[in-house]
Design a protein around this ligand. Sequence first.
Ligand SMILES: *Cc1c(COP(=O)(O)O)cnc(C)c1O
Length: 569
Amino acid sequence: MDEELSKKSHKKIRIADLEGKPKIAYFSMEIGIDKRMPTYSGGLGVLAGDTIKSCADLNIPLVGITLLSENGYFYQKLDKDGNQTELPANFSVSNFLKLLPSKTTVTIEGRDIDIRAWLYRFEGINGYIIPVFFLDSNVEGNSEWDRNLTKHLYGGDNKYRLAQEIILGIGGIRMLHALGYDTIDKYHMNEGHAALGTLELYRQLNDVEKVREQCVFTTHTPVAAGHDQFELSYAKPMIGDILPDSILKEIIFENRLNMTRLALFFSHYVNGVAKKHGEVSQLMFPGHSIDSITNGVHTATWVSEPFQKLFDKHMPCWRSDPYVLRSAFSINKEEIWHAHMDAKKKLIDFVNERYNVGMNYDDFTIGFARRQTAYKRPELLISDRKRLEEIAEKVGPLQIIYAGKAHPKDESGKESIKKIFETMKTIRGKVKIIFIHNYNMTIGKMMTAGTDLWLNTPRRPREASGTSGMKAAHNGVPQFGTLDGWWLEGCIENITGWSIGPEKTEDNESDDDVDRNDLYNKLETWIMPKFYNDRDNWIRTMRSCIAINGSFFNTNRMVQQYVLNAYFM
Ligand SMILES: *Cc1c(COP(=O)(O)O)cnc(C)c1O
């Protein structure tokens, strides 16, 4: 019966069979498609990779375009006090990617720069292949500065970034042409970094409406300050004539070229990445119509091995059709627990071997892993050390596993890592803390599957969506988080996890004191007692995470919404 279901859902979306030629080009500054290639910095890149994987599984005729980021997003080294140093994370490009003979050119500050492309092929579950092109300016004949442009993801100054965006947007469109793609009729900009591509389309078509018909834009940033923008004084000479005076007034904001406004102006379909984020974006840009498609994760990528086995046994077609995860309700609770303990042992063994922390398999373990940056409030959980010690004394032992990189220029993010290290050394009693260095997809997978509770504490309304909690849900790990981003949709109190703080406040901002109190109170009176004293109900919650949230917050569902709402309408 499960197989029948799976076949049916495939029939609906075999769009590739209609044409057999790519129709959609998906642009993203970062794409994390292979855990061995550090060409991503965080959620945006992992989402892009998961999107491409689901497109491959669903035979969606799409190609991906990104930058090579040859030096990788850095390797994070931490000293004993938590001081972060960034080392290059070079990878052997030719082991993973094939250099293509096609070349194209972009003009920056009047200089012609040659661009080449490397090919990665991702094969979906039915053998359908999605090509991903990694653009590279490290070509003989280009100047030294120009040859460096595709090396550092989010490195360098604003001019460096703008040059990268010229390569990604304008270079990307031209490269598709050079590669002989002539069937593409939708250009999807995953965040504003590729927005300059619309100028190349406008140069070719010379008709705003025609460009709009072809462009789709997904915004990821809920605060105005986060939008990419460049001073006109250097942006205009760098970009050159391809930036037409006739549309300048539409895309300039406070004398800066604003990439979000450029993408908005030229797109017929715009969306935020969770319902709330769509609303917040709509308020920010009242002149545009902004929809929302809530993010997901690629199910087969993020389910741990023990749960893969369990799902294979009970819901054999879960990889091709993650909707069937809803029947996880019928899996025996003991089996869920055993699979979880297998995943947990792997994580605990890993941290014990690496850091000699003596963590226990049976102790309640909280995970927190994400970019270390102020709005995510990494230190909220440990901000009252005494309180935490008391809770553990009273209810039961507590283990906390952290990971996350701070952007090289994010000083407050780096401070939070040091604060966690300081607490780690001074905390007493039944609490153990460890910080795993160099967070990446491998560590992320191990942590989202191997902890008992996934913590997420963003300051509202700054979390556009968040996706690590979705990975946890796929592995039966409930989330405990502030009501922002996807969690507003995913949280059913005490059934799929727990909320931190109120859903609404007058100014819609988070109050650290209110949230901290709620966090400790719930941990003490609801969450940890349930784990230690009511295991049966705890496992029921775990199962609901898979059935209710895993079956929905996946990229197969998300991609199908993009197809219906953005690509083919
Ligand atoms: C999933 C993932 C993220 C995104 O997590 P958020 O919850 O959105 O912060 C970032 N980095 C890595 C390595 C991931 O696997």
